[in-house]
Design a protein around this ligand. Sequence first.
Ligand code: NAI
Length: 338
Amino acid sequence: QPSSTQMEGSSLLRRENCRAKGGAPGFKVAILGAAGGIGQPLALLMKMNPLVSVLHLYDVVNTPGVTADISHMDTGAVVRGFLGQPQLESALTGMDLVIIPAGIPRKPGMTRDDLFKINAGIVQTLCEGVAKYCPHAIVNLISNPVNSTVPIAAEVFKKAGTYDPKRLLGVTTLDVVRANTFVAEVLGVNPKDVNVPVVGGHAGVTILPLLSQVNPPCSFTPDEISYLTDRIQNGGTEVVEAKAGTGSATLSMAFAAAKFADACLRGLHGDAGIIECSFVASQVTELPFFAAKVRLGRGGAEEIFPLGPLNEFERVGLEKAKKELAGSIEKGVSFIRK
Ligand code: NAI
């Protein structure tokens, strides 16, 4: 009598072989930090994505339980769990997309920069793994402070000789998701019909919603602009305070990360016209990294769009954003070069 593990193993192999022979299209996706507040709901959402054929869940704790649980969902993706550093190689080998929400979240009174000390080292270790075991994968970096962790990842990849700026994407989708929601509330429309470009970075004043470029075109009073800008920039803190010490945004973040990952996968798949905002290496400003609208394709961020016409309020915001961003980027770069 074969054990359930043996049965599962041979069935997984059969399904993978079938895919390899040109069956259902599908990509291999790993989530690093998969047992966390973001990681778990993100794993659930990626298991529901028809573009995913294999889903690897890696963390330093609790992945056996999360994996057993998620693997019972009757959707196509094959799920496997990996626990601890010795299993990082197996977790990463062959992956097309690596999503990284590993690291500690904020508590009330903390800025994202306060997380730097711990999360910088975690991101470094995980990106060294990516460089070694799946150097061609697209990386979606969620761990905060994103304004510094993306430059850290870039430096790690440069050191390893695997850096492709188009494949390293900082996830700022939650800022866009929040902006769409808050703007829709003010306009009294369905958020799914609203698209607000949010550029700059992912912390406080570096989060720069371009309310003059909302789609569909609309206009706001000065009071609305000031209310919306403030709420979008501080949306994360709103959640941190409401959670009162138990963490930061996890559910809306998992939703945003799944939306962004899906866009990356559709790009990899060759779908046309996939445009999202992301914090990437860029020449849109004089800074080496900046969040802007990017077109996603087979190579990752294949095109980065200029900011477009800004009004006076946005120009002032841009200067403030750049000043803070420059410091955060430098902090990330020197963490690796030190
Ligand atoms: P959490 O503490 O609930 O989960 C983090 C997970 O990472 C834990 O399961 C932990 O075991 C794991 N982990 C720690 N070190 C690891 C390592 N070396 N390798 C693999 N896994 C490791 O935290 P949560 O709420 O899921 O947040 C994760 C990160 O995402 C935080 O840095 C947070 O600030 C950030 N975040 C980013 C947002 C964005 O918009 N980009 C929004 C919200 C949070």
